[in-house]
Design a protein around this ligand. Structure first.
Ligand code: UD1
Ligand code: CA
Length: 462
């Protein structure tokens, strides 16, 4: 049977001092919300993904929408206006959840969780009314403790409410709640009205559904996490900057190990940061430090030198990306050379064997096959045919303060150094522009244009 998922992401995260709510903190360039959502998206059993929003609801909803559209699905956000606890979040969600099916609930601050671990948990929770995933920890710190009697789960007791007189020494409690639950909806409907908030925090705890379920004679299971995907503290919540840094390192190590094993050559491994959403094909070569973010694709045979930042870009095979490039929302085709120090902005396309050199910026620009812009150049809203050479310091003047205009440069043109092309303007195939020109009118194919003051030579005054 299909399962819906609910991500709890309404809390403020008071232990994470930041103007952003906690679930919008990033690891390898991706928000915790994006990581959890894309993990759930990768699970065929999961049908709808609902997100509880509350603190900075508009910001979190906007990210939920952005993530969903990137994954090609719809976001469903439910607002929890006052954050009265994880149990209260579930109460707020229930009117939006129909039917007799099951609900996977996951804390939004568990960014390292994998689909594999969740799938194993769902298998173990098959048929249960209430199930949760637990983990053995040397130091259970501030996590909810799982209390068992002769192996059977009795309750989850929050650290604050843990009374050693009742439960025994705190140091002996090693099994913790990971904040991942599977509920049958009919069971939750029965139990939620009984949920109270008489505890140290005055909050409604989702974890109390465990003891309430047992009291009601339901099938309640605490399933211990084991096996792959449970490395380090991979199942734990990220509540403060220390935990965020540790989680990010763990994710980086896990990610790099998988990419290496798949057949990507990586130099300076510890400095290579690759988003979990990016695709790196076997046969690519990457030098650290560098960052490959978002849904970038680095194809087999591409070489990325150090200090590059690549976001949502496609780098094809045979591309040589030299040091210190910034690439965002652009594509570079086979055999092209980019950098050092190049900047490709969104909607730019560098075609096969083209060259983009140092201190060259392209915005919404197509650079044709084999064309070269090698030094100090800005091309914006420009279409360039094949075989064009731009001299150093070519600038397209694409903006008049109000509107943007296009520049079109035909095949095999030669644009002299320090030329301004004032858009809208078209340079016909094979035209030549003299160095230092300001070109305001179209130049027909095959012609030479000069737009500059004539040089005068005079005698020097003695
Ligand atoms: C929770 C669990 C604890 C478990 C730990 C695992 C409870 C009561 N305790 O504690 O047993 O060991 O997670 O990481 O659930 N949230 C809402 N609405 C609210 C409050 C919180 O949506 O009203 C969201 C938060 O944004 C967060 C998640 O729920 O993503 C968990 O809340 P948090 O305050 O971090 O719970 P913990 O104290 O870590
Ligand atoms: Ca937490």
């Amino acid at each position: 049977m299909d399962i819906d998922a609910l991500i709890l992401a309404a809390g403020k995260g008071t232990r994470m001092p930041s103007p952003r709510p906690k679930v919008l903190q990033t690891l390898l360039g991706e928000t915790m919300l994006a990581l959890v959502t894309s993990t759930l998206h990768a699970m065929p059993r999961i049908k709808g993904i609902f997100t509880m929003v509350g603190c900075e609801a508009a910001m979190v909803s906007a990210e939920a929408d952005a993530v969903a559209s990137r994954l090609g699905r719809k976001a469903y956000c439910i607002e929890q206006k006052e954050q009265k606890g994880t149990g209260h979040a579930l109460m707020t969600a229930m009117p939006h959840l129909e039917g007799e099916g099951r609900l996977l609930v996951i804390n939004g601050d568990a960014p390292l969780i994998t689909a594999e671990v969740l799938e194993r948990f769902l298998d173990g929770a098959e048929g249960a009314d209430v199930a949760f995933l637990s983990l053995e920890l040397e130091d259970a710190a501030s996590y909810g403790r799982v209390v068992r009697k002769e192996g059977s789960v009795q309750a989850i007791v929050e650290a604050k409410d843990f009374d050693p007189a009742i439960y025994g020494p705190k140091e002996d409690a090693h099994e913790v709640n990971t904040g991942i639950y599977l509920f049958s909806l009919p069971a939750v409907r029965k139990l939620l009205p009984k949920l109270g908030n008489s505890n140290k925090s005055g909050e409604y705890y989702i974890t109390d559904l465990v003891s309430l379920g047992l009291e009601a004679g339901m099938d309640v299971r605490g399933i211990k996490a084991e096996g792959s995907g449970c490395d380090g503290n991979a199942l734990l919540g990220v509540n403060n900057p220390v935990e965020l840094a540790a989680a990010e390192e763990l994710l980086q190590a896990r990610r790099n190990a998988a990419i290496l094993a798949s057949g990507v050559v990586m130099h300076g491994l510890s400095g290579i940061r690759i988003s979990p959403l990016a695709t790196i094909e076997p046969g690519a070569e990457i030098y650290g430090p560098c960052e490959i973010c978002g849904s970038s694709v680095i194809r087999s045979g591409a070489r990325i030198r150090s200090h590059c930042v690549i976001r949502d870009a496609v780098i094809n095979g045979g591309v040589e990306m030299r040091e210190f490039c910034h690439i965002e929302g652009a594509e570079v085709r086979s055999g092209a050379i980019v950098g050092p120090y190049a900047r490709l902005r969104p909607q730019s396309l560098v075609d096969e064997k083209a060259h983009v050199g140092n201190f060259v910026e392209l915005k919404k620009t197509y650079l044709g096959k084999g064309s070269k812009a090698n030094h100090f150049t800005y091309l914006g809203d420009t279409e360039v045919g094949p075989g064009v050479n731009f001299g150093a310091g070519t600038i397209t003047c694409n903006y008049d303060g109000k509107n943007k205009f296009k520049t079109i440069v035909g095949a095999d043109c030669f644009i002299g150094s320090n030329t301004s092309l004032v858009a809208p303007v078209t340079i016909g195939d094979g035209a030549l522009i003299g160095a230092g020109s300001v070109i305001v009118d179209d130049v027909p194919a095959g012609k030479m244009a000069l737009g500059r003051g004539r040089q005068v030579v005079k005698d020097r005054k003695s």
